[in-house]
Write a protein that binds this ligand. Structure first.
Ligand SMILES: [Zn+2]
Length: 159
């Protein structure tokens, strides 16, 4: 019985290694490797490139939607989630909320709201959801665009 517990523990340790010691190279844009998180399928997501893409109003919505769906898929894997929350727990708060203001596009807004919900509920403590709430509250009180304001209220409800 002790042996079986011990081997389970060994398996867990092996699972932990990749995200506690990131070995990803820098992304193609030269951002630091610590922001280039490995995904479950052997690929990687550079948080800086992701952030730049989704918070740039000139980005094609097709690309933004694809990037959001890739992140959503990665967040369904615990190793990626743990890596994100270990190294960059608050990094995505600002770009995700920026995306709501940048794109007058309901499918993208739905994707963003879904990601905010996943991140808030998956975080190891309340600090991420508190930051979302603080920023959303500030944005709602200062928002000029009616559309993004509606989306922000949606985020507020889901956090
Ligand atoms: Zn990058």
């Amino acid at each position: 019985m002790y042996t079986s517990i011990d081997s389970c523990h060994d398996l867990d340790e092996n699972d932990d290694v990749p995200f506690l010691h990131p070995s990803q190279p820098p992304c193609s844009q030269g951002h630091r490797s610590s922001f280039n998180l490995e995904t479950h399928d052997g690929g990687s997501i550079c948080l800086h490139c992701f952030s730049n893409l989704i918070s740039n109003p000139l980005s094609p919505t097709l690309h933004v939607s694809y990037a959001l769906s890739q992140l959503s898929r990665s967040l369904s894997h615990s190793s990626f989630l743990q890596s994100l929350f270990t190294f960059h727990p608050h990094f995505l708060v600002s770009p995700l909320l920026s995306a709501l203001s940048c794109f007058d596009d309901e499918p993208i807004a739905v994707q963003v709201v879904d990601l905010v919900r996943i991140l808030s509920h998956s975080a190891p403590n309340d600090s991420v959801s508190h930051e979302f709430l603080d920023r959303v509250s500030a944005l709602i009180s200062s928002a000029h665009l009616a559309w993004s304001s509606r989306q922000l209220h949606m985020v507020y409800i889901y956090i």
